[in-house]
Write a protein that binds this ligand. Structure first.
Ligand code: SF4
Ligand code: SF4
Ligand code: FES
Length: 282
């Protein structure tokens, strides 16, 4: 089959999409529906679903926004593995059948739209923000907190999380304990606790060191294998366990958060970093 684009004729291969269909509001049992779509080089699984929605079946439901691996909306179970639909090229699957199901370990709202309430609640529970004893400075900053390049590197990898929930859908512990915090929340608890500007480790420990906290993680590492952003939540989970053990044995000193600084001769903004925009919220 040939499809036309910008006056150029591109040969396309026909691929079968086997898509999970379900509605939590209707009494129907889950089922699969097969669609045949023309696929050309560079097309992603998300592109395939958009083609179905626009040309074959407008009742199909799925979630997406950025189409470039940034917003974290399009996690789905593709040919047996959790991944981002916009990050998975159909040709890389080496198959004439693409099976698309909703991410495991979440309730399904409709078709391949998972309910992320549990993901976001757990994320929120680990206080994913900088905590300081002096909250006045946080609310009305007079300057910036000083952090070196090396200190930033300690957390850099874990800041790439886009909250797509793909890691948690691969976690065998979450599959058997729905209250387990899961790799996404644990990695973000570490990301903030290891941030030298933060003073909130003791607050996060209440939830991390609980019966559904980080000790339930047995380092299967499937979370890290499927993370599309290279965050390595399994590693973060081990690092946070180390911090908790050091604290239990009295070997962890209470850390004073990074000091605030003025941009003096010693501490200068790098030329390539633009000035921040003016605050819009007061
Ligand atoms: S750790 Fe990776 S897989 Fe998990 S939510 Fe963040 S970006 Fe997604
Ligand atoms: S390493 Fe821990 S958090 Fe990651 S998949 Fe395994 S049990 Fe889950
Ligand atoms: S659509 Fe935004 S990550 Fe896929």
């Amino acid at each position: 089959m040939a499809i036309e684009k910008n006056q150029e004729i591109v040969e396309a291969k026909i691929v079968k999409f086997k898509v999970f269909r379900f509605s939590s509001e209707e009494s129907d049992e889950p089922s699969f529906k097969i669609y045949e779509i023309p696929v050309k080089k560079g097309m992603t699984v998300l592109d395939g679903l958009i083609h179905i929605k626009e040309n074959l079946d407008s009742t199909l439901n799925f979630r997406y926004s950025c189409r470039m691996g940034v917003c974290g909306s399009c996690g789905m179970f593709i040919n047996g593995l959790p991944a981002l639909g916009c990050h998975t090229q159909i040709s890389h699957l080496n198959s004439d059948i693409v099976e698309v199901k909703p991410l495991p370990n979440y309730y399904v709202i409709r078709d391949i739209v998972p309910d992320f309430n549990s993901l976001f609640q757990k994320h929120k529970s680990v206080k994913p923000f900088i905590i300081r004893e002096h909250i006045e400075e946080l609310g009305n900053p007079t300057s910036e907190y000083f952090q070196t390049e090396e200190e930033k590197e300690l957390i850099s990898q874990f800041t790439y999380c886009i909250k797509c929930g793909v890691c948690s859908s691969a976690c065998p512990t979450l599959a058997t304990d729905s209250e387990f915090l899961g790799p996404q929340a644990i990695s973000q608890a570490y990301r903030y606790s290891a941030d030298t500007r933060d003073e909130g480790f003791l607050e996060r420990i209440k939830i991390l060191d609980s019966s559904h906290g980080c000790w339930r993680c047995h380092f299967a590492s499937s979370c890290s294998q499927v993370c599309p952003k290279g965050v390595d939540p399994a590693f973060a989970s081990q690092l946070i366990k180390r911090e908790i053990l050091l604290m239990r044995f009295g070997l962890k000193k209470k850390r004073k958060g990074a000091p605030i600084t003025t941009l003096t001769k010693e501490v200068k903004r790098l030329e390539e970093i633009p000035e921040p925009p003016k605050r819009t919220l007061r």
